[in-house]
Design a protein around this ligand. Structure first.
Ligand SMILES: Nc1ncnc2c1ncn2[C@@H]1O[C@H](COP(=O)(O)OP(=O)(O)OP(=O)(O)O)[C@@H](O)[C@H]1O
Ligand SMILES: [Mg+2]
Length: 257
């Protein structure tokens, strides 16, 4: 499905990163990252394995600490935020993990209830049910409510993982390789879902992927991480209009020239 055009508000970044550095032991992964995520946009982050894409979104969501630089998320400086503020901020960020991270011993309903019961303690049973049913409907899987995760396909698990983050109405969505391991048709369905989420929940999103069809279908902007920095940023066409040997193989592999 063709992506609807969006009007991202460039005066209003929801994430603003300047000079971000992160090393592990003596290996410098992020070497001075500058990046803005604007309200309402889908930003795709591309990069080879091990370039630090997951590290970047873990820093954004406060799971890892930066070594240097400034990371501002929804107006909070991640380096100086208090533990209480960080807990509150995390609820405003939906993190869709690569492995879907469902609880295998709980039904779909219980998996979806879990974040609500933990974070919205004043909800009634009826309100919880309404919320669960609404997000399941949003991801097109109402019929799976009483199933166990082991009974779902990879694509369905991915959708339930996304539903579980949507249930807290996040302002920012972070998708770590949302289409990894899925067949091409299911990939297209997940890409459509990412775009539907953007429209319906008015989220701003970072989508990490190796899949250029996903990048093309979902990304309003693409940022390419090379050697620890974002060295190419723009539309899909702009990013790949280059003879750079670090960039071309990505395109050639995905679209078999
Ligand atoms: N907690 C950690 N401790 C030590 N090293 C880490 C840690 N997390 C990540 N790294 C290292 O940082 C580098 C970047 O890891 P990261 O997971 O961000 O890569 P990636 O770009 O997401 O790769 P992939 O596409 O394979 O998921 C890797 O060399 C990894 O080994
Ligand atoms: Mg990763």
């Amino acid at each position: 499905m063709k992506k609807a055009a969006i009007q991202a508000d460039h005066s209003n970044p929801v994430i603003s990163i300047r000079g971000l550095k992160k090393a592990f032991q003596d290996y410098s992964v992020l070497r001075g990252i500058d990046l803005d995520l604007y309200q309402g946009e889908n930003l795709v982050v591309l990069g080879r394995s091990g370039t630090g894409k997951s590290v970047l979104i873990k820093i954004i969501s406060g799971l890892l600490k930066p070594d240097a630089g400034q990371v501002e998320v929804l107006g909070y400086n991640i380096a100086t935020i208090s533990e209480d503020e960080l807990q509150a901020l995390r609820i405003r960020i939906g993190f869709s993990f690569q492995n879907s991270a469902l609880y295998d011993s709980m039904t779909v309903r219980k998996n979806l209830e879990f974040p609500l019961v933990r974070n919205r303690r004043n909800l009634t049973r009826g309100e919880i049910n309404t919320n669960v049913e609404a997000v399941l409907d949003a991801v097109g899987l109402s019929q799976t409510i009483n199933q166990m995760p082991s009974e779902l396909s990879g694509g369905q698990r991915k959708r339930i993982g996304i539903a579980r983050t949507l249930i807290l109405n996040p302002e920012i969505m972070l998708y770590d390789e949302p289409t990894a391991g899925l067949d091409p048709i299911t990939c297209i369905e997940i890409n459509d879902l990412i775009n539907e989420v953007q429209q319906r929940y008015n989220t701003s999103s970072i989508i990490i992927t190796h899949d250029l069809t996903c990048a093309k279908q979902t990304g309003d902007r693409i940022a390419m991480l090379l050697d620890g920095q974002f060295q190419r940023t723009g539309t899909f066409e702009e990013v790949f209009a280059t003879e750079d040997e670090r960039v071309k193989p990505f395109y050639d592999y995905n679209f078999i020239k």
